[in-house]
Design a binder for this molecule. Structure first.
Ligand code: NAI
Ligand code: OAA
Length: 391
C-alpha cells in the first residue's frame, strides 16, 4: 500500500507576519502542498505522486498569522474522516493544537482526521519537524497529514498592512472559492473578532454563521478563577459569560454562572459572597490575563489557547449539554442591545452544529455599561478594518 505522498501544487500565497493571504484566484484552482503520509492499517510507507483532481474538496484558509481550525462535515457517515486545516501550524499554538486534534480530543477518539497544516515558506522546515513528531506520536485518529505552504508577498505590502491593521479579506476569498459551504471557521489570530468578521465578509457564499472568533480562552480563564476562589473543581463551575471583544474591554460576567458546592447548585455570586471582587479584581484579572502570561513567559499563551481552540471546536462539533452554555465570538444580531454586524462574544448553546445566542438573561446597569464599552470598541475595529480593506 502506498502511503507516502509528496507533491506540490500552487494554491495560496501568504506573507510573513500573517497580514496578507493571497490565493491564486485568477490562476489555477489548485494548491501548494505536500502530503506527508497516510496511515493505513499496516502503516507501511512508500512514495507516489497524486494529481490535483483528487483534492477538489480540499479547502484551506489562512486567517492572518493566526491559527484556525477548519473542518468539513456534511452528511457524515460513521468513521468518515474530518478534514481539518490549521494555519500558522508551525507556531506556538499550533504545536499544542495539532496534537490535541490528532489525539481525538476535539472530534472524538473514534473519528479519523485528515490534517492540513499550513504555514509560510520560511517555516516549512519547522512545520516538517511538527509533522515528523505527529507521525512519531502514532496517533490512531490521524489518517492523512498534509503540509501546506503559503508564498511570500513583497514586504512593501506587508508593511502597509502591518501598519494599517490587518485585513484577512483575501483569506476569505480563498475560503469562498475552495471551502465546502459547511466549513466551520474558528479565528484565533488577533484581533480575533474583527479578523473573523472580515474573513466572513470576503467569503459571501459561506453562511456567516460558520465563522467564529475565539473567546473560549477568556471563558476558561474566568472559570478557573472562580473554581480556585471556591476551592471546587473547574467542572463544577458553569455558565460563565465572556461578552464582547477578545481584548481588555471584554466583560467576564458571572451573574448567571452556577457553582456546585457540596452537591448543590448555587449562583456564583451567592457562593463567592464577595461582589466587590466579582465586579473588580476578578474582571480585571481575566481581562489582563493574556498580558500577564506574556510578561511571565515572554511569549503569549499557547498551551491554554490551544486547549481553548479545542474546546471551542469540540462543543461546535458535539453540542453543549442541556443547561450549559459557553462563550463564542459570533455575528451579533443586536441581542442584548449590542451593535449588529460585529463579531461579538455571547453566551451560546450549540446543537446540530449550529450556535444559538442564549436569550432573556437579565442585564443590569453595571453589565450594560460594560457591554457598551466593548461593543463600541468592536465597532471602531470593524470600521478601521473595513476602511483598510477598501484601499
Ligand atoms: N484569541 C485568543 O484567545 C488568542 C489569540 N492569540 C493569537 O493567536 C495568534 C497565533 O499565536 P502563536 O501561535 O503564539 O503565534 P506564533 O508566532 O508562534 O505562530 C504564528 C504562526 O503563523 C505563521 N504565519 C505567519 N503568516 C502566515 C501566513 N500568511 N499564512 C500561514 N501562516 C502564517 C507563522 O510563520 C507562525 O508559524 C496570534 O495572533 C496571537 O495573538 C494568542 C493567544 C490567545
Ligand atoms: O495577545 C496575545 O497574543 C495573547 C492573547 O490574546 C491572550 O493570551 O489572550
Amino acid at each position: 500500500m502506498k502511503i507516502f505522498f509528496r507533491y506540490l501544487v500552487r494554491y495560496v500565497e501568504g506573507v510573513h507576519n500573517g497580514r496578507i493571504f493571497k490565493p491564486f484566484l485568477k490562476k489555477k484552482d489548485h494548491m501548494e502542498k505536500q502530503k506527508l503520509f497516510t496511515f493505513t492499517s499496516n502503516q507501511s510507507l512508500s512514495l507516489t505522486r497524486l494529481s490535483d483532481s483528487m483534492h477538489k474538496n480540499l479547502f484551506v484558509i489562512c486567517i492572518d498569522f493566526a491559527l484556525n481550525a477548519i473542518t468539513t462535515h456534511g452528511k457524515t457517515k460513521k468513521a468518515e474522516p474530518v478534514k481539518v486545516c490549521i494555519t500558522g501550524a508551525a507556531g506556538q499554538i499550533g504545536y499544542s493544537l495539532v496534537y490535541m486534534v490528532g489525539s481525538g480530543a476535539v472530534f472524538g477518539t473514534n473519528t479519523p482526521v485528515v490534517l492540513h497544516l499550513l504555514d509560510i515558506a520560511p517555516m516549512m522546515g519547522v512545520l516538517n519537524g511538527v509533522c515528523m513528531e505527529i507521525s512519531d506520536c502514532a496517533l490512531p485518529c490521524v489518517r492523512e497529514l498534509y503540509l501546506l505552504m503559503t508564498q511570500q508577498l513583497p514586504s512593501k505590502i506587508l508593511m502597509q498592512l502591518f501598519l494599517l491593521g490587518q485585513c484577512p479579506a483575501k483569506k476569505g476569498q480563498a475560503l469562498d472559492q475552495h471551502a465546502k459551504k459547511s466549513v466551520k471557521v474558528l479565528v484565533v489570530g488577533n484581533p480575533a473578532n474583527t479578523n473573523a468578521l472580515i474573513c466572513s465578509k470576503y467569503a459571501p457564499s459561506i453562511p456567516k454563521e460558520n465563522f467564529s472568533a475565539m473567546t473560549r480562552l477568556d471563558h476558561n480563564r474566568a472559570q478557573a478563577q472562580i473554581s480556585q476562589r471556591l476551592g471546587i473543581p473547574v467542572a463544577d463551575v458553569k455558565n460563565i459569560i465572556i461578552w464582547g471583544n477578545h481584548s481588555s474591554t471584554q466583560f467576564p460576567d458571572v451573574s448567571h454562572a452556577i457553582a456546585t458546592v457540596e452537591g448543590k447548585d448555587v449562583p456564583v455570586y451567592d457562593a463567592v459572597k464577595d461582589s466587590d471582587w466579582l465586579k473588580g479584581d476578578f474582571i480585571t484579572t481575566v481581562q489582563k490575563r493574556g498580558a500577564a502570561v506574556i510578561q511571565a513567559r515572554k511569549l503569549s499563551s499557547a498551551m491554554s489557547a490551544a486547549k481553548a481552540a479545542s474546546d471551542h471546536m469540540h462543543d461546535w462539533w458535539h453540542s453543549t449539554p442541556e443547561g450549559k452554555f459557553v462563550s463564542m465570538g459570533v455575528f451579533s444580531d443586536g441581542s442584548y442591545n449590542t451593535p449588529e454586524g460585529v463579531m461579538f462574544s455571547f453566551p451560546v448553546t450549540l446543537k446540530n452544529k449550529q450556535w444559538t445566542i442564549v436569550q432573556g438573561l437579565p442585564i443590569d446597569q453595571f453589565a450594560q455599561g460594560k457591554l457598551d464599552i466593548t461593543g463600541k470598541e468592536l465597532c471602531e475595529e470593524r470600521d478601521e478594518a473595513l476602511a483598510v480593506c477598501k484601499e
